[in-house]
Design a protein around this ligand. Sequence first.
Ligand code: SDX
Length: 428
Amino acid sequence: MADTAKITYQGKTYEFPVVEGTFGEKAIDIGNLRKKTGLITFDPGFMSTGSCKSSITFLDGENGILLYRGIPIDQLAEKSTFIETSYLLIYGILPNSKQLADFNHHITHHSMVHESIKRFYDGFPINSHPMAVCSAVVGSLATFYQNELSVRDDQEVEIAIHRLLAKLPTIAAYSYKKSIGQPLPYPDNSLDYSTNFLKMMFATPCEEYEVDPVIAKALEVLLILHADHEQNCSTSSVRLVGSSMCNLFASISAAIYALWGPLHGGANQAVIEMLQKIYADGGDVQKYIKKAKDPNDPFRLMGFGHRVYKNFDPRSKIIKTMADKVLKNLSKSEPLLDIALELEEIALKEEYFIEKKLYPNVDFYSGLIYKAINFPVNMFPVMFAMGRLPGWIAQWKELQKDADFRIGRPRQIYTGIETRDYIPIESR
Ligand code: SDX
C-alpha cells in the first residue's frame, strides 16, 4: 500500500502521496495541494522543502555522510582525480580508460579562451573581485558560442560542458594575473588539470616553473571535495535559471554569483579574514566565541554551522588533515592554523555550539591550504567555484532531462497594502 500523508483543514481531510528516496528519506508530494485545498506551503529558506528528485549526490547531515553517485567522498579524494570525479558526477558512471582519455582530451584541448576575451581584463578595475570577473567572463562565453546555447541538443550541451570545465581555470588564472600586472599565460596541454592551473597562476615568462606535486595533489583533493553538494544555494540557482531553458553558460554564471555570498562559498575567504582579525587582536579566541554567541552581535563564527550537517562535515575532516600535511610539506608555520585549532576545540565544548549543532564546515580549513599555496584571499571562493563546476553542470543536465521538468516559479503570501486608488502628485 502506497504511503500517504493526510492534512485536515477546515474540517476536510486531504490525502497526499509520500515519495521515498534510496536511503529511506521521505517527502510529501504536495504538487496538487493548491488545486485540492486552495492552500500553498510557506517555507522561507526551504528548510523543509525538497525541490527535485536527484540521483547525483546523497548527504546524510545527521551522520556526516557524503556520496557522489553512491561513492563515499573519502574514497574519491584518495583514489580519484578531479576530471574522473567530474565525469562520474556528470555522466553517472566511473569512466573506463577510453572514456576518461577522450574526456581528458576534450577538456585539455578547449582550455584556451578566444583572444578577444583577454581584452575584457583590460576593462575591469584592477581591484575587481575575481568572482565578479569570472562570472562576467563565463557569461560572455554565450556570446562566443552562439551555436551551443540549446538546452535540448545533446551535442551542443556536451561541447558547452567541455568548454566550461576547460576554460574556467584559464579565466580564473587570468583574473589573478591581471590583478598583479603580469601577462596572461597560455594553458600547457602537457599538464594535468590542477598542475596546469597552478602553472598558469604562478609561472612567469622569465623562467621555468615546476609545480610541486604535493600541492597539485592537495588542489586535486580540494576540487574533488567541493565538486557537488546536492541542492545548496548555488546549485538551486543553477536549477532555477536552467528551468527557464536558459543556456548552460548563463546558468553557471548565475551560480558563480550565488556562491560568492559570505554565507555560502564566500565563507572560505571570510574565515581567513576572521582568523586574521583574531590574530591581530592578540589571538583572543574567547572574545570571538563570546561575540558569536551574543544574539545582539551580528558576528558569526565563519566556517561554522551548516543547513544540513548537524554533525561533522565529512569534507572538513579530510581538509583539516590535509592542511596539516601541506603546511608541514612546505615547512610553513601558520599562526592562523593554531588559532583555527584552538577555536574549534573551544567551540565544540561550548553549550551554544553543541545545542545548535554547529560544527566546522568545508570552509573552515580550506582557506588555510589556499593561503599556504599563496593564493590571494579573494581567490578562495574562485577555487570553490572551480571545484563546484562539475556538480553545477551535472545538476543542470539532470534538470533538463527530468520527467517532472517545469519552469521554477514559487508562490508567495502577499502582506502588502490592500487595493487603493492612484493619487495625483498635486494631492500628495
Ligand atoms: C557552504 O548548503 C550547502 O551545502 C553549502 C555548502 C556547499 O558545499 O555547497 O556546504 C558550502 O556554504 C558551507 C557554509 C559556509 N558558511 C559559513 O560558514 C557562514 C557561517 N555559518 C552560518 O551563517 C550558517 O551556519 C549557515 C548559513 C551555514 C546555515 O544557516 P542556517 O541553516 O539558516 O542556520 P541559521 O542561520 O538559522 O542558524 C541556526 C542557529 C541560529 O541561532 P538562533 O537564531 O536559532 O538563535 O545557529 C546560529 C544562528 O544564529 N548560528 C551561528 C552560526 N551559524 C548558525 N552562530 C554563530 N556562528 C555561526 N557560524
